[in-house]
Design a protein around this ligand. Sequence first.
Ligand code: PRE
Length: 281
Amino acid sequence: MSEKPLDLDDLRREIDQIDDRLHDLLMARADIVQRVAVLKRGTAAMRPEREASILRRLVARHRGSLPVGILGRIWREIISSLTRGQSPLSVALYAPYGVLEFFDVARTHFGAARIDLHDTPAQALRAVAESGNQVVGVLPLPAGDENAWWPNLASTDQARPRIIARLPFVRDGSSAVEAVAVAPFDPGVSGDDAGYLIIVTGYGTEISRGRLSDRLTAVGINGQCIDSRQRGGDTLHLFEVDGPLSDGDARLHSLLAAHGDEIAQAIPAGGYARPISTSGY
Ligand SMILES: O=C(O)C(=O)C[C@]1(C(=O)O)C=C[C@@H](O)C=C1
């Protein structure tokens, strides 16, 4: 005997049951995050490297008709709200052009967090620096254009703002802009990361980007210079490097020990877990 075909009511009953299971699991997840928060007390709630691992794992197992970009948005909303459940967090957004596009990128990554718009990058970074971990900045991807804001990261203060994520994290081709998140702590190591390094050369030191790259390679740091700017008598060079880089990295000590005559400072400026690119499904 053939099975009776499911009708609309049967299918909707199945959906209700699945919704109950999803809801139960979401509530159970939120309870466990509260226990995680107790263990992390006194340190930053937001862990970009862990967030990256969660999304990479889920995207890799994703199948079916739900677009992967939507999966990403749903999980960003869950993770972001459970981060804010551990300690307050809002977004300081600097959006020089295409405000709506940057707003969208910030909203997708940080979910329902409050987003404050700032007129200048310095203002957004000040909001981050003064907030004691309660504000994360969102600024355009650092590049060699007229909006170069990255020299503001060239401080040696332990609590200085640095780059912690590159957005959007799940790329399905729907976003026209790229941004970074900035916070006063290191992003952690996700297993597939890039770092930023600011090299400061002093007045009168003529050294090409190529020569600087060679100096970095010689101590085991591979990367490329993406912009150079004058600040006072100094020249600041921003390098994007393979792998994470943080304060106290032994390779930076070797660099300064060998080339302290040419290189005045080597300042780690954070980094990011490499985003996921998908074809949309
Ligand atoms: O794993 C943690 O440290 C958590 O706080 C949990 C969680 C999550 O929702 O999975 C939330 C916030 C962090 O940024 C990373 C992950």
